[in-house]
Design a protein. Structure first.
Length: 469
């Protein structure tokens, strides 16, 4: 076990798992840079909440690690030479983690320095200027009679957004096609400017369309969704309830596999190979995209371009669902929010063409993903989440055997509207009974000559799990 006793900060915030990176932070734009980075890199870490209300940042223990009294700060027990190292300043921490893991930072010299210049652009420009807009627009500075400071910082923030918008005009991310620590540094501040600081109209954000597009893609990333809330208000140092297992568990990350059943075929998304089938199959229908964070798309070209941004992602990992007989691509689903060390994974980003909806192939595709998750990858928990207003999705989850767990109120803002999120899950102990229910439903003798089902899947799954149908 790592010994972190030489760091005075651990006296105030004890390390329950000292072999992990210790994060001292708060969900501010600078704080979430690092929590998002840790989530993206899949590094094990233990978060500690630094409360500004309690003036934690001025305590001797915190100042011993971060003498500038700013969050975030970290201790890595496995630093250079295998020795613990403490770091403060979010930009320095991002660079350290990227170089430590070899992730999210170009390896060639020219790309490395290009990343550094844009990281400095955020640290020296976007962060300070956007922060001043917040002060003079929303906080104490809003009461100043002299409006010149606000005008100065609003003007500079618009200029910086213009620089960023021009950069993103021909690029998916700030450095190009590859997502990087630069994006992790910049977009939390853009989100804060137009959200928490309430300055969207003030800086005329709607005119910066390329920034808005990249911000939307950033906020869709599962690691970003998680990182934006860390550290949570619940203290990190708490007792583990007696009914929670401490047994180690490690599932496998999903891979780009092919699976085939009686009706359906799933395969890794190929934007060029599948885009035409998906579009012509009815995905131009705007109603399909109502509850998704993206779409509808105005043209096949725009749709294909969006697919190209999806096909290289690892989380979410997109699969195309096709008809086994015709081979046509008819929909997509993704495995996402992957946490192998916890044995938890989710199915999401589901969009089916009208021809696929309410067919045996659609049901079998979900079944094939379930079987892959539980039997091949070894997950303990399989999640399904949807907008609580999306009744068809909630009915589908129940039909497939997912247990309703509750609603996270005001969980997200999607396309400018509040989203309350309904949670469902299947756990590994339920899978054998559910697998038998699916096999019974998918069997040839469960369908008559016209292809109509004889037994309903919802009734079979409810009976298998001892639930009311």
């Amino acid at each position: 076990m790592a010994d972190l006793s030489s760091f005075p900060i651990t006296a105030k915030w004890p390390a329950l798992t000292p072999e992990r990176i210790q994060l001292y932070s708060l969900p501010t734009p600078n704080g979430v840079k690092v929590s998002i980075c840790l989530e993206e890199m899949g590094l094990a870490y233990e978060p500690h909440r630094i409360s500004f209300d309690a003036s934690d940042q001025f305590s001797p223990e915190f100042l011993s690690l971060s003498p500038n009294n700013k969050i975030p700060a970290i201790i890595d027990p496995d630093g250079p030479g295998g020795k613990p190292i403490g770091l403060f300043e979010s930009g320095a921490i991002l660079l350290y983690l990227a170089e430590k893991t070899g992730q999210f930072l170009p390896k060639e010299a020219s790309g490395h320095y290009e990343a550094l210049q844009w990281l400095m652009f955020q640290m020296a420009g976007i962060g300070p200027m956007f922060g001043q807009v917040g002060f003079f627009h929303k906080f104490a500075g809003k009461d100043y009679e002299d409006r010149r400071p606000l005008a100065r910082y609003v003007g500079e923030s618009r200029r910086l957004l213009g620089v960023l918008n021009q950069r993103l005009e021909t690029r998916t991310w700030i450095l190009g096609d590859d997502y990087s620590i630069v994006d992790m540094a910049v977009f939390p501040w853009v989100r804060n400017l137009i959200g928490f600081y309430e300055a969207r109209d003030l800086v005329e954000f709607n005119g910066f369309t390329h920034v808005a597009r990249a911000l939307e893609a950033f906020l869709e990333r599962p690691a970003v969704v998680r990182g934006l809330t860390i550290p949570a208000e619940t203290p990190a140092a708490k007792e583990v309830p007696a009914n929670m297992s401490n047994a180690p568990h490690s599932a496998k990350p999903p891979e780009r596999v092919f699976r085939e059943g009686r009706f359906a075929r799933i395969e890794p998304l190929d934007a060029d190979g599948h885009g035409g089938d998906l579009w012509s199959g009815g995905l131009r229908d705007a109603s399909i995209w109502t509850y998704l964070a993206y779409g509808p798309f105005s043209s096949e070209g725009q749709f294909r371009q969006w697919l190209q941004t999806r096909e290289q992602l690892q989380d979410p990992l997109y699969f195309t669902i096709g008809d086994r007989t015709s081979g046509s691509a008819m929909g997509c689903a993704a495995l996402m929010e992957t946490r192998p060390e916890m044995g938890v994974i989710e199915v999401g980003h589901i969009f089916f063409s009208p021809a696929l909806q309410r067919t045996p192939a659609a049901t079998e595709a979900i079944y094939l993903l379930m079987r892959y998750v539980f039997e091949d990858l070894g997950y303990r928990r399989f999640e399904w989440k949807c907008d609580n207003a999306n009744e068809p999705s909630k009915r589908a989850a129940t039909r497939f055997g997912f247990a309703f767990e509750g609603v996270f109120r005001q969980h997200m803002i999607v396309k400018g509207h509040n989203r309350d999120t309904a949670w469902f899950s299947i756990v590994d102990s339920e899978w054998p009974a559910l697998e038998q229910a699916f096999d019974t439903w998918l069997a040839a003798d469960n369908f008559d000559a016209d292809g109509k089902q004889k037994q309903r899947l919802g009734e079979l799954t409810a009976k298998a799990l001892g639930r009311a149908s």
